[in-house]
Design a protein around this ligand. Structure first.
Ligand SMILES: CC(C)[C@H](C(=O)O)[C@@H](O)C(=O)O
Ligand code: SF4
Length: 474
C-alpha cells in the first residue's frame, strides 16, 4: 500500500523505533525564540552538554520585544531579561541569532520561510505551537515544549509517537473577495476547534493548489487552532518558485537534485488516511469570530448566534463567550463597532497581507476613536513595504507603523488591548485575555481588519470601493 506524505517524511527521519515506545526522529531545523528557550539552555549548562548541531539551530527575538523603541532599557524588565538571556545563550552555544539589529529579525515563523530555511520534506520544530505554519512547504513542522527544546538542542532528535492522519479535501474555488484566512476560519467553524486533535492533517484540492505560498502559510498556521499536531500541503511549482534564490535555499548545483527529491513528497494515490473529510470552498464568505475560540465564527452578513440555536454541547461555551465578548445574540456582525485594529502576527503579517490591507486603506482615513496598528512580520517585510510605499498609505490613513515582532497578537509587550476594548485582529487566537486583560478579540483577514479600521465597525470587504494605488513602488 502507498504512503501518505506524512508517513514518507516520518520514515525518512526515523532514527530508531521500538514497539510500544515513541519513535526517535531526526530534526532538520530547530527554531528558537526568547520565551521558551531559557530553561532549555539552563538544562544544557547543568548537565554540561553542548548543542549537537548549532548549524541547524536558528534563533530570533520576537515575542516580548517592544515594537516602538527597541533600545535598552526596555520598559518591561522581564522582556529585557529574556532577550539578554537569548543573546548570552546563543553566544555561549554558538547559535546564529537574529537579534534586534539584524536584517533577518522577525517572527520566527515569518523569517524561516523568508530566508529559505524552511524546505519541503524537513522535520522542523520550535518551542512554539504555530510551527505548523511551515507545513505549507510540505515539511513536518510542529511545536514542542521546553524540555523537548532541551532534548533537541542536545541530540538533534526528538521522541515522538506517530500521529493519526487526516485529509481535508477542499473542493471548488474560493469566491471572489474571500481569502485564505476566511478559508481556514470557515473550516474551523465547520469542523470545530478540537476536530483534528491527535492528527496530522493534509490540506488537498484545487483551492489549495491555487493559493500562493503566503496564503498556504496562513492556512497551515491555524492548523493548531483546529487541534492538529501539524498541517501539510504537498509541495509544487509554487513552493519551488518561492524558495528559489533565498539565502539558505539549495544553490545552483544542488537545486535540480533538491527539486527531484521534493517532487517525491506527495501522498500516494493508494495511501490510506485515518480520516478523510471534504470541505466546499464555494461556501466561504468573509469571516469574523464572535466568541473566544476560532471556531465561534460567522460570516460578515450574519448575526451573532443565539446559544440555543447551536448544538447542545456548544451552548454553554457560547454563553460564556458572548458574556466575555459583550455581544448579544442577534446583533449584526456588520454593525459591531471596533476600538482597535491589529494587522500583524505569524498568520497575516507577510508582504502580500500588507499589500492587500494597503489596497483597502488607500485613500481613506482610520475612523475617529479607532487605534490601528500595522506590525510587519519581519524586518525584511517592513523594508519591502516601505520601498513599495505601503507604509505611507498606512501612516497617511492614521495607522501606526511598527517594528517587527509578535506584538499585540499576544500582548507580551506594551501593545495591549485595554479592558473591554474590541479589537479586529489578523492573528490566530481569541481566547479570554489573549490581547490583554478583558480584551475582546475578533479574528479576521487583513482586508477585513483594514476595512474595519476605516469604517469603525466590521464591514463587508466584498462591497469595498477600492481606490487603486497609483504609482505604487512595487
Ligand atoms: C509563547 C509561545 C509558547 C506561544 C505558542 O506556543 O504558541 C505563542 O507563540 C502563542 O502564540 O501563544
Ligand atoms: S505572532 Fe502570535 S501566534 Fe505567532 S508566534 Fe508570535 S505570539 Fe505566537
Amino acid at each position: 500500500m502507498g504512503k501518505t506524505m506524512y508517513e514518507k517524511i516520518w520514515d525518512r527521519h526515523l532514527v530508531h523505533e521500538e514497539k510500544g515506545q515513541p519513535g526517535i526522529l531526526y530534526i532538520d531545523l530547530h527554531l528558537v525564540h526568547e520565551v521558551t528557550s531559557p530553561q532549555a539552555f539552563e538544562g544544557l549548562r547543568v548537565s554540561g552538554r553542548k548543542v549537537r548541531r548549532p548549524d541547524l539551530t536558528f534563533a530570533t527575538m520576537d515575542h516580548s520585544i517592544p515594537t516602538l523603541n527597541r533600545s535598552f532599557p526596555f520598559k518591561d524588565e522581564v522582556a529585557q531579561k529574556q532577550v539578554e538571556a537569548l543573546d548570552k545563550n546563543c553566544r555561549d552555544f554558538e547559535i546564529e541569532l537574529y537579534d534586534l539589529n539584524s536584517r533577518n529579525q522577525g517572527i520566527v515563523h515569518v523569517i524561516a520561510p523568508e530566508l529559505g530555511l524552511t524546505q519541503p520534506g524537513q522535520t522542523i520544530v520550535c518551542g512554539d505551537s504555530h510551527t505548523s505554519t511551515h507545513g505549507a512547504f510540505g515539511a513536518l513542522a510542529f511545536g514542542i515544549g521546553t524540555s523537548e527544546v532541551e532534548h533537541v538542542l542536545a541530540t538533534q532528535t526528538l521522541k515522538q509517537y506517530k500521529s493519526k492522519t487526516l485529509a481535508i479535501n477542499i473542493e471548488g474555488e474560493l469566491p471572489q473577495g474571500t481569502t485564505a484566512k476566511d478559508l481556514i476560519l470557515s473550516m474551523i467553524g465547520k469542523f470545530g476547534h478540537d476536530f483534528a486533535t491527535g492528527y496530522v492533517m493534509e490540506y488537498r484540492g484545487d483551492a489549495i493548489k491555487k493559493l500562493s505560498m503566503e496564503e498556504r502559510m496562513t492556512v497551515c498556521n491555524m492548523s493548531i487552532e483546529m487541534g492538529a499536531r501539524a498541517g501539510l500541503i504537498e509541495p509544487d511549482e509554487t513552493t519551488f518558485h518561492y524558495i528559489k534564490g533565498r539565502q539558505f535555499a539549495p544553490k545552483e548545483e544542488e537545486w535540480e537534485a533538491a527539486i527531484q527529491d521534493w517532487k517525491q513528497l506527495y501522498s500516494d494515490a493508494d495511501a490510506s488516511f485515518d480520516e478523510v473529510v471534504t470541505f466546499n470552498a464555494e461556501e466561504v464568505t468573509p469571516k469574523v469570530t464572535w466568541g473566544t475560540n476560532p471556531g465561534q465564527v460567522a460570516g460578515i452578513t450574519e448575526k451573532v448566534p443565539s446559544p440555543e440555536e447551536l448544538p447542545e454541547d456548544q451552548q454553554l461555551a457560547a454563553r460564556k463567550a458572548l458574556d466575555y465578548i459583550g455581544l448579544k445574540p442577534g446583533t449584526r456582525i456588520d454593525e459591531t463597532p471596533v476600538d482597535v485594529v491589529f494587522i500583524g502576527s505569524c498568520t497575516n503579517s507577510r508582504i502580500e497581507d500588507l499589500r492587500k490591507a494597503a489596497e483597502i486603506v488607500n485613500g481613506y482615513k482610520v475612523a475617529e476613536n479607532v487605534r490601528a496598528l500595522v506590525v510587519p512580520g519581519s524586518y525584511q517585510v517592513k523594508k519591502q513595504a516601505e520601498q513599495e510605499g505601503l507604509s505611507d498609505i498606512f501612516t497617511e490613513a492614521g495607522f501606526e507603523w511598527r517594528e517587527a515582532g509578535c506584538s499585540m497578537c499576544l500582548g507580551m509587550n506594551e501593545d495591549i488591548v485595554q479592558p473591554g476594548e474590541r479589537c479586529a485582529s489578523t492573528s490566530n487566537r481569541n481566547f479570554e485575555g489573549r490581547q490583554g486583560r478583558k480584551a475582546r478579540t475578533h479574528l479576521v483577514s487583513p482586508e477585513m481588519a483594514a476595512a474595519a479600521a476605516i469604517e469603525g465597525k466590521f464591514t463587508d470587504v466584498r462591497n469595498w470601493n477600492v481606490k487603486k494605488i497609483e504609482g505604487i513602488r512595487q
